[in-house]
Design a protein around this ligand. Sequence first.
Ligand code: SAH
Length: 237
Amino acid sequence: MNKTARSPKPAPKQTFEGVHPSLATTQDDWLASQKIRLLMSLRKAGVTDTRVLGAMENVPREQFVEEAFRDRAYDDNALPIACHQTISMPSVVAMMTQMLDVKPTQCVLEIGTGSGYQAAVLAKLARRVHTIERHAPLAEIARERFTAMKLRNIDSHIGDGSKGWPHAAPYERIIVTAAAPEIPQTLLAQLSIGGKMIIPVGLHVADQFLLRLTRVAEDEVRKEVLSPVRFVPLVAG
Ligand code: SAH
């Protein structure tokens, strides 16, 4: 057969760095393999709660990042989102969620909806999630994502979360995903007795710590300092 008459070889399908072409030929395959890799590294790093790992497996993080960053959705990195904010690192989401110890009967308040990813993970673990975001465009995009993913147990609100969401208080769990200069007493007041709150506290990015506050009695709060973290600031108003 004349060599030049041969039909051209089909163009190779797009493949992704680090994965054998026979294993990952589409972006979906690539993302699935990256997700497994991430979940394994989270486990190694101490995220052993199978409910938390299961929730993170079931929430497609690629749907919560900008189109341009989809390939990097399962890297353990924070990524930029609209309004100059960020979606938190998966390992931070995993650790904070594990520390929060959410039970299926509980109602959770999240301050700082951002992309909506953390709220979606919580929605897999809790009975109900209230989430508040001060930037309306972020809250609206997050709401569309919750609807598309049929996450019907999330109530999303626009406003200043440093005041909490008194309308549905008290909460058994509160998670703050922006750094507060000090522990907001208004939020503590919305925590039920026995309730837990996870919050990054610190005036400067370089000295923020993650705290776990447990309201052991009406007027007694136990404070645990967990680890150094870096969060965008909680902006009042
Ligand atoms: N939980 C988010 C990460 C959020 S980054 C996620 O999973 O993507 C922190 C978010 O807190 C930002 O979107 C920021 O706009 C919001 N924020 C900061 N101060 C706030 C306030 N006082 N009330 C509500 N949201 C606030």
